[in-house]
Design a protein around this ligand. Structure first.
Ligand SMILES: [Zn+2]
Length: 76
């Protein structure tokens, strides 16, 4: 994980969010934003969108680990 900036990092690399869209809401981004580089893709997010995505991801993990909980309540 990293925070974008128009300024180069210690390695001289610039990770700016300018020209990128938020992975969650799709709106245009500006620095500073959250940047993740995964094995197959890069993800940019507004700082305000990170908690919304994290909560949704945690909910999905909880459902995977507890399918009977969601099945009984018709939440699947
Ligand atoms: Zn966003």
């Amino acid at each position: 994980m990293s925070i974008t900036s128009a300024q180069p990092d210690a390695n001289g690399t610039i990770h700016t969010a300018t020209g990128q869209c938020c992975f969650l809401c799709g709106r245009e981004l500006h620095d500073p934003a959250v940047f993740w580089m995964g094995a197959t893709a890069e993800v940019y997010l507004h700082a305000d969108c990170v908690p919304d995505l994290a909560v949704r991801m945690f909910r999905d993990v909880h459902e995977i680990r507890n399918p009977e909980y969601y099945g009984r309540r018709g939440l699947r």
